[in-house]
Design a protein around this ligand. Structure first.
Ligand code: SF4
Length: 345
């Protein structure tokens, strides 16, 4: 495969946060994107075979996607090192060291398109990060890079607007790539609503999450998650729980939980985390305590490559059964109260 002006992007990790931006940016620079496919059993087993057992599932999956791109003959593979997204707000060490990890475990005929985003360092801004990427393709004109940056923001903002208005991830991405913004009609009410708290790469990767959103919807549940919230709402959620921001992805966990814990339409929350994830274990403990304070039911689901689907479904069904029972009891209580008032009139 011709490697000039082609970039391979693994459909894993930051793909779920920033791909709309990469799409707009790289397209404008005339760089063709080759994506790996959906995660499969093979992706996981190949990735897992190259890293130590304790590595979290999302990283194993990422390695598997890099291998798939190499198998496809892609010579340039984008592996960013996203160190920090704001001063003193860091990603976990595995995300920060992703290019080093890939270089050390994946051998083959390819090169890593590596750029570092570290907003805790002086003079390292998004534009510096983008310049690093463009330079691999001989593009040095800062005006051209800035224009491409703007295109990236347009696609990303369109995508965000659509998911915030209830469109699914895949549909929103499809329309955003076409330059469209489609606002779907309001969805019908469901008997119960659940906030699903987790990183985009855990929730939206249908293999690792075992398509949890679809499973919940089949149980007649309305699912809400961090992608439906604005940056301000996530920040408000963090503030409401008095949580100190340290991790780059804390907004989509603690911030999201903080917002939905105060939302009356939410009957319960599910946290979905990868086994062995240090930051998540701390954040989930915080969320668990706060959920108790707000009297919201909470279920934590941990995923790794050995998680069995049957046990996963049983836990989800049992949790939803409990929420349905709670709801029925609450409605019966309210009815009794109303009857009492009516009998006095
Ligand atoms: S935040 Fe957790 S799940 Fe994500 S890469 Fe780091 S250790 Fe893995």
């Amino acid at each position: 495969m011709e490697d000039k002006k082609i970039i391979g992007i693994p459909k894993a990790m930051s793909y779920y946060n920033y791909f709309p931006f990469w799409y707009g940016f790289l397209n404008k620079l005339g760089i063709e994107i080759v994506l790996s496919g959906a995660t499969t059993k093979k992706t996981v087993s190949q990735g897992a075979s190259l890293v130590v057992t304790e590595t979290c599932l999302p990283i194993k999956i990422y390695v598997g996607h890099v291998l798939e791109l190499i198998e496809k003959g892609v010579k340039n593979i984008f592996v960013p090192s996203i160190q920090s997204i704001a001063p003193k707000i860091y990603n976990c060490s595995k995300i920060r060291g992703l290019p080093d990890l890939i270089r050390n475990v994946v051998k083959g005929d390819y090169r890593i398109i590596e750029a570092t985003l570290d907003k805790s360092e002086k003079n390292n801004d998004l534009i510096d990060f983008l310049k690093e990427i463009a330079q691999y393709y001989g593009i040095k004109d800062i005006e051209v890079i800035k224009e491409a940056q703007n295109s990236g923001f347009i696609v990303q903002n369109n995508f965000n607007t659509m998911v915030q208005n209830g469109l699914g991830f895949d549909e929103a991405l499809k329309y955003a790539k076409e330059g469209q913004v489609i606002i779907p009609p309001k969805k019908e009410q469901k008997p119960i609503s659940i906030a699903l708290i987790g990183h985009g790469y855990n929730i939206y990767d249908k293999h690792s999450s075992m398509d949890i959103i679809k499973k919940l919807e089949k149980l007649d549940v309305r699912v809400y998650c961090a992608y439906q919230l604005t940056r301000e709402q996530l920040k408000g959620g963090m503030d409401s729980l008095n949580s100190t921001l340290y991790w780059a992805n804390q907004h989509e966990m603690t911030g999201c939980a903080g917002h939905y814990l105060q939302d009356d339409k939410i009957d319960g929350i599910i946290t979905l985390t990868a086994f062995g994830c240090g930051p998540d274990s701390l954040m989930v403990e915080d969320i668990r305590r706060k959920a108790k304070l707000y009297s919201k039911a909470h279920l934590n689901l941990t995923i790794d490559e050995h998680t069995g689907e049957a046990g996963f479904i049983t836990r989800i069904e049992a949790f939803c059964d409990m929420l349905y029972r709670n709801k029925r009891a609450q409605l019966a209580k309210n009815r009794k109260k109303e009857d009492k008032i009516l009998s006095r009139i």
